[in-house]
Design a protein around this ligand. Structure first.
Ligand code: SAH
Length: 236
């Protein structure tokens, strides 16, 4: 039986998926002082492990972003024998590139970081990442979700230099974890897929924070549906 790992940043995003897939929380097979938490179960004939990045106990919020995603993905792929890893979450979209609230994208390869600038040969490319993910063309055709460029940074806002980088990359989904998950997956030789639902429009008229919170639940439901459909469709 195949085993799929799902990496999730925010608990509010994870809960609809945990419910839909009927997963149960188990004691983490790592030192419990490390924040990531694990839910497991079987769905559509596939074993599933969902890892949530965990809580920042000092500040009482969800851990988000690339450091926490790197830690969680490393723990998941070290402690479980995973065949596919999915970075599932919400993202900012771009009206100028066809984005809309609630739209779901399957990530194209490669996945880059849009906020790392190191103008020294070699380090520049390393910082950009360009981490591979699986070719989702067939899934996109079968399920009707568009392929999109996913890019990753550690901020919710979008200063001009990041926007320039995202314009160069042609980003459809701006988020904070996928490139880190893709990096760790590639080190482990595990195929990775990004599934992202749009909660806010980076080039739209509304403030990102307010728009994000307004659409978080709707987008998380769309995302849960998309991930369940993707799981049922992954080649066995
Ligand atoms: N204020 C929020 C924080 C959400 S941060 C709260 O309730 O705590 C954003 C999370 O959603 C990250 O995990 C990121 O991957 C994703 N995300 C959604 N929209 C984003 C955007 N416009 N830019 C960056 N990340 C975004």
């Amino acid at each position: 039986m195949h085993r799929i790992g799902i990496v999730k940043a925010m608990k509010a995003e994870a809960l609809p998926l945990i419910e839909r897939l009927g997963l149960r929380e188990g004691p983490p097979p790592w030192d419990e002082r490390l924040p990531p938490r694990l839910w497991s179960g079987t769905h559509a004939g596939v074993e599933i492990d969902l890892i949530w990045l965990g809580r920042d106990e000092r500040h009482g919020v969800d851990l988000i972003g690339t450091s926490a995603a790197t830690l969680a993905t490393t723990l998941l792929l070290t402690h479980r024998s995973i065949d596919w890893v999915i970075s599932a979450g919400t993202a900012g979209g771009f009206v100028s590139r066809g984005g809309a609230i609630g739209k779901v994208y399957l990530g194209r390869s490669p996945i880059c970081f849009h906020d790392r600038r190191v103008p020294i040969e070699g380090f520049r490319e390393s910082a950009l990442g360009e981490h591979p993910c699986m070719d989702a063309t067939e899934l996109s055709r079968e399920l009707g979700y568009e392929l999109g460029v996913v890019s990753t940074g550690d901020s919710l806002d979008a200063p001009p230099q990041d926007l320039e980088a995202m314009d160069r990359l042609g980003t459809h989904a701006k988020e904070m974890e996928a490139a880190a998950v893709a990096w760790i997956a590639s080190l482990h030789g595990v195929p990775m897929l990004a599934v992202k639902a749009i909660t806010d429009l980076v080039d739209g008229p509304h403030a990102t924070e307010a728009e994000f919170l307004e659409h978080l639940h709707t987008a998380s439901d769309r995302l849960a549906e998309a991930v369940a459909r993707v799981i049922a469709c992954l080649p066995s």
